[in-house]
Design a protein around this ligand. Structure first.
Ligand code: FAD
Length: 486
């Protein structure tokens, strides 16, 4: 699709970014927009590849060549309708998705992939500016009453789809505003919160009710709560962080990444800041963990004007080029280089953290680390690490941020009081594709069911769980599935 010879004529180009020195002075988004001609050229690069693997690469089943073609032809409303038929929130994924669709792009076999994520962001921004994104005023009500617990991308997508099916939806959120990790995990420089508020306005006008500052399952009689609703969709996230229980863990100055990030996000949105303030200002900061959370800690520490920022990762640096074990031209979704790294950060790969070191007052003063090498299995996968002899050293630091992922949802409260069964990893048990838990009326979606993942997967799971819940309520459903796009 696009222009038949476009992929030969134009190179992949991404929009300009505001330079690091300037963007570090605030928490605003810094990726700019394409000039109209450039957007047209980037859409033109989508070739008529026959089997567009991007469809299945995208967890939402986005119909990518078709919207690229509409963009190339300047048919903005059509592009918006195609995109929004599979994705409720392209304004989120267009900003922060690691774009598995681009890793699956056929052009990517011997040229850089089509800039699908940026095209998606432009379609939805143009759609909002031209007034195409309107509340659906023609919904026919089913008389069924649905609760969604948790307002992250999974809960929001489930709510939007259940509302579209005509059910009366109330979303319960324990925090002071809806959005989940979109609001209080992911920093504003990746996703400004006005982007979430703009969408919530549309959802509220469509009739979805949001009840915040309400943690379901703590004081509630969950049986009575479930009885009051025709269906309940749980999307409470995966919130228990992985700890590093090595000697010295109790020294002052060692924090979970989310405690640090949440405070800064609340500060930017003028909400009350929970707990004693954690600041990187003037400190030597070490971030442990190489994923999205780690890189958000790097970007936030730099904006708080840390003295130095280092990031440690236990794995070794992934190869820049594909190797024989990686036939598809993918880029590593984990441990990737992000815009935060451009802003100033020393990255260390293959590092094992052995001990936190403190002073007599109990304050953190350094970290004891060593280099590691990895033993690989026959497929080249790392299976065991060994310490490199003589590599042990102390690295001075006054703030450590633990960004090593999340174990599972919180069990205390909602999960236990509802009597939800768990899988072997401690996530809520519900078969992918069915989303129904051990309690008939209760469905689960997003990180709470899947384990820590991505925004695009949370939206996908919210949509699919809504479809199953609608089928359960009505005996049939006309909501679309990623596997069977209507
Ligand atoms: P969440 O977003 O976690 O939302 C769950 C919501 O449920 C929360 O608002 C919580 O307060 C609420 N809740 C919990 N219990 C209750 C209760 N009992 N009653 C009422 N409400 C409750 N993914 C990407 O694709 N790209 C990124 O760049 C990216 N960056 C990330 C950065 C950070 C710092 C983190 C932590 C994650 C990042 N992710 C990213 C992952 C992504 O944010 C998650 O996969 C996604 O938000 C999961 O969505 P969810 O709706 O399942 O859960």
């Amino acid at each position: 699709m696009g222009k038949v010879t476009g992929f030969k004529e134009y190179d992949r180009e991404l929009p300009n970014k505001i330079a690091p020195a300037e963007r570090l002075e605030n928490y605003n988004e810094f990726v700019q927009e394409y000039e109209p001609e450039k957007l047209n050229q980037q859409a033109a690069r989508c070739m008529n590849c026959g089997i567009p693997f991007c469809h299945s690469g995208c967890p939402l089943g986005n119909v990518i060549p078709e919207f690229n073609d509409a963009v190339y032809q300047g048919k903005w409303e059509e592009a918006y309708l195609i995109l929004s038929s599979t994705n409720n929130f392209p304004e989120f994924t267009g900003r922060i998705c690691p774009a598995p669709c681009e890793a699956a792009c056929v052009l990517g076999i011997n040229k850089p992939a089509v800039a699908i994520e940026e095209i998606e962001r432009h379609i939805i921004e143009i759609a909002f500016s031209k007034g195409f994104v309107k509340p659906n005023a023609t919904l026919q009500r089913s008389g069924k009453n649905v609760a969604v617990i948790g307002s992250g991308p999974a809960g929001l997508a489930a709510a939007a789809q259940m509302n579209k099916a005509g059910h009366t939806v109330t979303v319960y959120e324990r925090d002071d505003r809806p959005g989940g990790l979109l609001r209080y995990g992911i920093p504003d420089f990746k996703l400004e919160k006005s982007v979430i508020d703009r969408r919530l306005d549309v959802m509220e006008q469509e009739g979805i009710k949001f009840v915040c500052n309400t943690e379901i399952g703590v004081k509630d009689d969950m049986k009575a709560f479930i009885d009051q609703h025709d269906a309940v969709i749980m999307a409470a996230g995966s919130t228990i962080p992985r700890n590093l229980t090595i000697p010295g863990r109790d020294f002052k100055g060692i924090h979970f990444a989310m405690d640090f990030l949440k405070q800064q996000n609340k500060d930017v949105s003028n909400s009350a800041i929970p707990g004693e303030r954690i600041l990187a200002t003037g400190k030597d900061v070490v971030v442990i963990g190489g994923g999205d959370t780690g890189s958000d800690c790097v970007g936030t520490s730099n904006r708080q004007h840390a003295n130095t920022v280092k990031q440690f990762e236990l794995m070794v640096q992934p190869p820049a080029q594909r190797n024989e074990n990686m036939p598809w031209p993918t880029y590593p979704m984990l441990l990737k280089t992000t815009s935060s790294h451009e802003e100033g950060c020393e990255r260390f790969w293959g590092i094992n953290t052995k001990e936190f070191l403190g002073d007599e007052k109990g304050d953190l003063r350094a970290i004891l680390v060593s280099d590691v090498s990895w033993e690989l299995d026959s497929l080249g996968r790392p299976v065991k690490f060994n310490e490199v002899e003589g590599s042990e050293r102390e690295i001075p630091c006054q703030l450590i941020l633990l960004a090593m992922g999340f174990l599972h949802p919180q069990h205390q409260g909602l999960v236990q009081n509802t009597g939800l069964e768990l899988d072997a990893r401690g996530n809520v048990k519900a078969v992918e594709g069915q989303y129904q838990t051990n309690i008939q009326k209760v469905f689960a979606a997003g990180d709470m069911r899947r384990g820590q993942s991505l925004v695009v997967w949370a939206i996908s799971e919210g949509r699919e769980a809504a479809r199953k819940a609608d089928e359960f309520l009505m005996g049939r459903t006309s909501l679309p599935s990623k596997d069977r796009i209507n």
